[in-house]
Design a protein around this ligand. Structure first.
Ligand SMILES: [Zn+2]
Length: 98
């Protein structure tokens, strides 16, 4: 239970993060935490010969993203990205009324 009326618990982010991670992130633009370059995720240099996949900045080479998966879980490390900008998904449309 929250006693401070100025914030909610993390459950309040569920829907928002669900929208973010449902987006096509290859169309997102990443700002590098190392060199500050801004580029589409699609231009990262991706290495898949590690225990997971590693995406590196095409400009300075720092690690932007690490993704490791097991049969039951996924680990995601985005610390090399200062900001990620992506277009919002269109709102769901209601089916036409008969
Ligand atoms: Zn960089």
């Amino acid at each position: 239970m929250t006693s401070d009326p100025h914030y909610l618990d993390g459950n309040a982010l569920g829907g928002l993060l669900g929208e973010v991670f449902a987006a096509d992130l290859t169309t997102a633009t990443a700002t590098c935490a190392g060199c500050g370059s801004v580029a589409p995720v699609a231009v990262m240099h991706v290495y898949v010969d590690a225990p997971g996949a590693v995406g590196r900045c095409a400009t300075c080479g720092i690690v932007h993203v690490r993704v490791v998966q097991s049969a039951e879980r996924t680990w995601l490390d985005l610390r090399g990205i200062r900001a990620l900008e992506m277009p919002r998904l269109p709102p769901p449309t209601s089916p036409p009324r008969p």
